[in-house]
Design a protein around this ligand. Structure first.
Ligand code: AGP
Length: 609
């Protein structure tokens, strides 16, 4: 939920760190700060607000030399204020922290009894003072960090500087991500690769309960007891320009328009175009084990959870396996019934969502096989899974997930078809038909995107309304949920997704001329029923924005505004119907002037519970 950057090397450390923080701003942006040594004292500059505010404060500051740490924050403990911003410091220690120190209150009380004072409301400051207290006991910097970590409970990714060790960064990791970038005569540490990719594509991934000391000549990694660990150096092929806006007004719009390429790239890794078969190399279950799968349990959060709801339709319709879908934050505490014949399917764009990681650990402890769908290679969920399918969507910077969502749907359809291929007795002619339909989807989305100006005009007409209701049936009910989430998270308009058939059980009381109702009604098995729901809205003076297949005169006659998608096998409509809703939410937010790529109170990766 926060971003950390550290640098040691010949460049102006402040500049490298601030540039890296800007790449991590999507992880949290309610305050930011930087710490470095100046004339052998620790200098800390930090401020409430976005990184642009920090840059203003740094104007005119002297050069800081070769070492600095920085942080961009999404507040957990303590309001977003200058004082609560990171880095937190004492006269001898400064540190930046991503995560939560669960036992901060007890530690704080013990330190206050020893005469130490505090200025902030945060859990992080407690750790800085704790390390300082260990230095006061005469420990070396490394010993002081080790002893302090031994007393701490909770999740953390840390970068620490200590007076007297002014050419070293101290780092530690438990549950929250931290990587080390290996440059030429320079080293970097960061929450993820996007912050360091401009300096190096070689990196080391820290695992839980690992710590280290980093200088410009290299790094030494140990466990928390001090036992040395040899780490593999990895390389990434990520291209830094992929994460730039490339002429689009917002990352979100760029990523909506990248969907045809993202889906084509995702498919290219898994579809055998000659045989029209899905090829999941090294899938962790043998053919006979797949016959014995008792249940598939899909677990995720937010938009990825909505993808899981659509995935249930794919799996149950294509391979007849019982599939449940659960919110990660609920699953991990409900004492889930899991056994060795259960396949857990975790979905996460970032691969760092702490609730989804918690669900993974819970399922692992109960003997389930863990398969994941991730967009970030070497992410925590990727590394902890038995098997990961990657949504080759490229970096998704906009906080509102778009291309990763449709790529997740593509992967879910592919998994369902792969299992179908492996389960005896399925009609493989139909498998071929379904794979052919999947291959049509990037082009179909391109066609929808060609109509975005019409959707922009609909947004212009509706951007001032205060409440929206989204209705869908069957596999488009999750798309109603997703469309509502997109609108609320970037435009701050209240929006609710509902099963169209449930309208008459309550929400119909809401219908009036003040609340637009978006109805998803493609030509599928639910069409006639959904049309009836739409008539119910119409007869109560409701305002209808409908979404249908091509030119649907009947729908158009009942609607104040109409959006369309090309025809596709009804099982795959969700991959298409979500796109006009992404555009509708984007343009409404744009007309409202909200911060589309970094909406208030949100962050791209929710790494706190
Ligand atoms: C989606 O637009 C939201 N930003 C949010 O719901 C997100 O999908 C959720 O936090 C899960 O993130 P993940 O896919 O990285 O696990």
């Amino acid at each position: 939920m926060c971003g950390i950057v550290g640098y040691v090397g010949p460049k102006e450390a402040k500049d490298v760190v601030v540039e890296g923080l800007k790449k991590l701003e999507y992880r949290g942006y309610d305050s930011s700060g930087i710490a470095y040594f100046q004339d052998h004292s620790i200098e800390v500059i930090k401020t409430k607000g976005k990184i642009i505010e920090l840059e203003k404060k740094l104007v005119g500051q002297r050069t800081c030399g070769k070492l600095a740490i920085g942080h961009t924050r999404w507040a957990t403990h303590g309001r977003p204020t200058d004082v609560n911003a990171h880095p937190h410091r004492t006269p001898r220690v400064a540190l930046v922290h991503n995560g939560i120190i669960e036992n901060h209150a007890e530690l704080k009380q013990e330190l206050i009894k020893k005469g130490y004072e505090f200025v902030s409301e945060t859990d992080t400051e407690v750790l800085a003072v704790l390390i300082h207290s260990k230095l006061d006991e005469g420990l070396t910097p490394m010993q002081a960090v080790q002893k302090s970590l031994a007393a701490v409970e909770g999740a953390f990714a840390l970068a620490i500087i200590i007076k007297g060790a002014e050419d070293q960064l101290f780092i530690a990791k438990n549950l929250n991500p931290l990587i080390i970038g290996l440059g030429k005569d320079e080293m970097l540490v960061a929450s993820d690769i996007s912050a360091i990719i401009r300096h190096t594509n070689r990196f080391i991934i820290l695992e839980d309960n690992e710590m280290g000391v980093v200088s410009n000549s290299g790094c030494t990694i140990t466990d928390f007891s001090g036992k040395k660990i040899t780490k593999e150096v990895k390389e990434t092929s990520w291209n830094p320009t992929l994460a730039e806006k490339e002429g689009y007004k917002h990352f979100m719009k760029k990523e909506i328009f990248e969907q045809p390429r993202a889906l084509a790239d995702t498919l290219s890794d898994i579809v055998d175009n000659e045989r029209f078969r899905i090829n999941l190399r090294d899938f962790p279950l043998a053919k006979e084990e797949i016959q014995n799968i008792s249940r598939i349990v899909i677990v995720a959060c937010g938009t990825s959870y909505h993808a899981g709801l659509v995935g249930k339709f794919f799996i149950e319709n294509l391979c007849g396996l019982h599939t449940e879908v659960d919110l990660a934050s609920e699953f991990r505490y409900r004492n889930p019934i899991i056994d060795k014949h259960t396949v857990m399917l975790l979905i996460s764009q970032s691969g760092e969502t702490i609730d989804t990681i918690g669900a993974l650990m819970e399922a692992r402890a109960r003997g389930a096989k863990i398969v994941s769908i991730c967009n970030v290679r070497e992410s925590t969920i990727d590394r902890k899974s038995d098997y990961t399918i990657f949504t080759d969507a490229g970096p998704e910077i906009g906080v509102a997930s778009t291309k990763a969502f449709t790529a997740q749907l593509m992967c879910l359809a592919a998994i369902a078809l792969f299992l179908r291929q492996e389960i005896n007795g399925k009609d493989h002619h139909m498998t071929t038909k379904y794979v052919e339909e999947l291959l049509k989807i990037p082009g179909a989305i391109n066609q929808i995107l060609g109509n975005d100006s019409a959707i922009q005009e609909i947004a212009r007409e509706f951007f001032n309304y205060r409440d929206f209701l989204y209705l869908g049936r069957g596999n488009n009910f999750p798309i109603a949920l997703e469309g509502a989430l997109k609108l609320k998270e970037i435009s701050y308009i209240h929006a609710e997704g509902y099963a169209a058939g449930e309208m008459k059980h309550g929400p119909i009381a809401l219908i009036d001329e003040e609340m637009p109702v978006v109805v998803i009604a493609p030509r599928d098995r639910y069409y006639q029923k959904t049309l009836s729901n739409l008539e119910e809205v119409k007869s109560r003076e409701g305002i209808i924005i409908s979404l249908g297949t091509e030119r649907d005169e009947k729908l158009m006659s009942l609607s104040k505004a109409y959006m369309s998608v090309p025809p596709i096998d009804e099982l795959f409509y969700p991959l298409l119907t979500v796109v006009p809703l992404q555009l509708l939410a984007y343009y409404i937010a744009d007309f409202r002037g909200t911060d589309i790529d970094q909406p208030r109170n949100l962050a791209k990766s929710v790494t706190v519970e």
